[in-house]
Design a protein around this ligand. Sequence first.
Ligand code: ZN
Length: 323
Amino acid sequence: MKTGLLPWQQASFEKWLARSGYFPPALLIHGPSGTGKVSFAMHLARALLCESAHGKPCGECPACHWFEAEHHPDIRVLDPNQPADDDHQAKGNGQILVDDIRSLQDFLALSSHRLGKRLVLLLHAETLNLSAANALLKSLEEPTPATHFILVTHVPGRLPATVRSRCQSLLLPGPRREEALQWLVEQSIDRPETFLDLSGGSPLDALHLSRMDVGSRVSWLKALSDPHVSLTRLSAMTSKIPVKEWVDWLHKWVHDLLEQKVTGRIRYHSDLSELSTRISHQAGLYDLLVLESQLKEAKRWLHHPLNERLLAESLLMPFMTMR
Ligand SMILES: [Zn+2]
């Protein structure tokens, strides 16, 4: 679990400290995707549980050490994207389910181990399904003393209004482009601008993409656009790439083709602008719009088991006529 503040969060944290010191029973941290909200939430959690009472995590007390080792007994983290490795975690199916919320009951009923404070962190809170949200609402409406919930999301609007209204809201702005680039340079990634564009301006996603992208994105998109590469060969190439990755590349590719057609600019695959200019001239606007919505739909199924070869062929087929 990432902790520690990112450079562009320093001001928000100072502002938070300058408040009265009151920590609300429920806090909703929201802001743009891929900008480090989880790191910030973990930093607040660590500050709350730190036993030095400085407001900032001291890094030296037992609580800080436990926190670092991910063994602090008074915190629970629900992350729908983490596979379950014990009874306290969500099941990794992309949603926070009612059982995940119920599994907190024992934790909330026991007395805390250290300072008397207890903390529950809900990551990707927008994935709470309706019954989970209702179960959570009960806890928020009848708060256990010294218990704090921190919810983290990039789409607060997807949370039920009843849950939102119980939370104090904290908007965490993302970095400016120069700040994001500076940080990426410090992470020593190659072509930071390319990956920042590819991520749509989210530095953490850019870092992730740069680590995943060992030349396969560029060669795959070139193959997709090469009339000499058959659908069979393309499918074989595609089967070696995680489905989440190539569907995302393809979605951004279609977005670029559309934008190229309409505005003459592109947003994501900025290192392939010549290729996208050529393909966008050959592609029909209507076909691209249909593909855009098919890809959006495909992204929603990715959590379910699916036949990846069929998915690849049905999504890649239309590109054969564009090259
Ligand atoms: Zn400490």
